[in-house]
Write a protein that binds this ligand. Structure first.
Ligand code: NIG
Ligand code: FE
Length: 411
């Protein structure tokens, strides 16, 4: 360590994929990147580096590629137990919606999550998050929604916050009290929404546990009218919103999200072109979830041509959850977004960096390599960034940095 060096940390002998532009990777070959006070201070071709190649720490990129740290912008990774038995039932022919209607599905995980202690929930969830982090993830969004009482929703959100420290990454929380109707409120959906608006959301927000509000708008969950009520309350509390929209049927979810200037509308398999147009106008990011599409063996794909035509920013995420996407690999989602939905590898990488940052309202902090942003970085042992979407089951991540510091739970 040498005090007075021009940079706190310097990366040399590598290429950069900056993800700065709307298209492509933003390639800078034989580059250097310098960090000061946790932020990117300089990046560009190595020969143009000002001040010489001196820093307190110099990292040798070994000819690999440095990208922004990956961002998983939609997960339900805090939960207890699993639903392998439900998977077997679905394979034997039962439908996801029928299992949900008969008290299984989300409610099965609610029962297990309510029973688990906070420490046990942390232990089970950390296993999943470590796996994501090992693939270069430096920011993760985590939803509540398997508690559905104030105590158990608080427990989930506290675990989410603690996970950020345990796994050395940035956690953004979303309150998803409107995920399923708890049996205590059977037949009284409006009353439950009222309870969320009057008590649960304001209390948990006041405790600093809520960064955004999410809801599940679907015929087996909450109606557009109920979601409108919740979103109006979120706005009063100054909280941004996002929505599980049009996953199993067209509920006009994309348009509803756009009306509330939602950060993102997620799933979107059944969204109409009107919804997509509205999302384009409101700047709402489309978050595609190929893991859930694959695991539910959906036939209907999200409307990629319309998303492209209307220039809606596209992100993708793991949707890590026990029922529809028991997945802890964001790299696998890159591959599936290409093979199942038809994205290009460059669109896929932008979907877990630049556009995922936007889906979390973090576009000025993360998701690109640019001077001034936090130095959240991932180093890859690949010849070209397209390989990140090309290979599946591989993990070429060789380093992960959070705000310029080597992150501890990386491989
Ligand atoms: O994103 N759609 C609602 N929530 C999850 C499924 C949750 C579950 O089945 O446990 C999803 O697919
Ligand atoms: Fe989800």
């Amino acid at each position: 360590m040498h005090a007075g060096e021009p940079w706190d940390a310097l990366w040399l002998n590598l290429h950069l994929a900056t993800l700065e532009l709307e298209r492509g990777y933003g390639e800078i070959r034989d580059a250097a990147l310098a960090v000061r006070d946790g932020r990117i201070a300089w990046l560009g071709p190595r020969q143009e580096l000002p001040g010489g190649e001196r820093a307190q720490i110099v990292y040798d990129g070994r000819g690999g590629w440095l990208t922004p740290g990956l961002i998983d912008c939609h997960t339900h990774l805090v939960y207890a137990g699993n639903r392998a038995e439900e998977f077997e039932r679905r394979l034997a022919g039962e439908a996801y919606e029928d299992i949900a209607r008969s008290g299984g599905g989300i409610m099965a995980t609610v029962r297990a999550t309510r029973e688990a202690s906070e420490d046990e929930l942390l232990r089970q969830s950390a296993v999943r998050l470590r796996h994501l982090a090992g693939e270069g993830v430096t920011t993760v969004e985590i939803k509540s929604g398997y508690g559905l009482t104030i105590e158990s929703e608080r427990k989930m959100l506290r675990v989410a916050r603690r996970l950020g420290e345990v796994c050395d990454l940035r956690v953004c929380t979303s309150f998803l009290g409107a995920h399923a109707l708890p049996s205590e409120y059977a037949g009284r959906g409006d009353d439950y929404i009222e309870r969320l608006c009057a008590e649960m959301l304001p209390a948990l927000a006041a405790e600093g546990l809520v960064d955004a509000v999410d809801a599940y708008c679907e015929r087996i969950a909450f109606s557009p009218k109920q979601v409108e009520r919740l979103f109006a309350r979120a706005r009063e509390l100054g909280l941004p919103v996002r929505l599980h929209a049009d996953q199993l049927s067209d509920c006009g979810g994309g348009a509803l999200a756009a009306r509330h200037a939602a950060l993102s509308a997620d799933h979107l398999e059944y969204s109409s072109e009107d919804s997509i147009r509205a999302m384009a106008r409101s700047g709402t990011v489309a978050v595609l979830l190929p893991g859930a599409f694959y695991f539910l063996r959906e036939a209907r794909r999200p409307p990629l041509p319309a998303l492209r035509a209307h220039r809606v920013p596209i992100a993708m995420a793991s949707d890590c959850n026990p029922g529809t996407s028991p997945c802890t690999s964001l790299l696998l989602m890159l591959n599936m977004a290409c093979t199942l939905f038809g994205l290009t590898p460059a669109e896929a990488l932008a979907g877990v960096t630049r556009n995922a940052a936007r889906a979390l309202g973090l576009q000025r902090e993360a998701g690109r390599l640019a001077a001034g942003l936090q130095a959240d970085l991932a180093l890859w042992d690949v010849r070209h960034p397209a390989e990140l979407a090309y290979a599946f089951g591989a993990n070429p991540c060789s380093g992960r940095w959070r705000a310029g510091r080597l992150a501890s739970s990386g491989r």
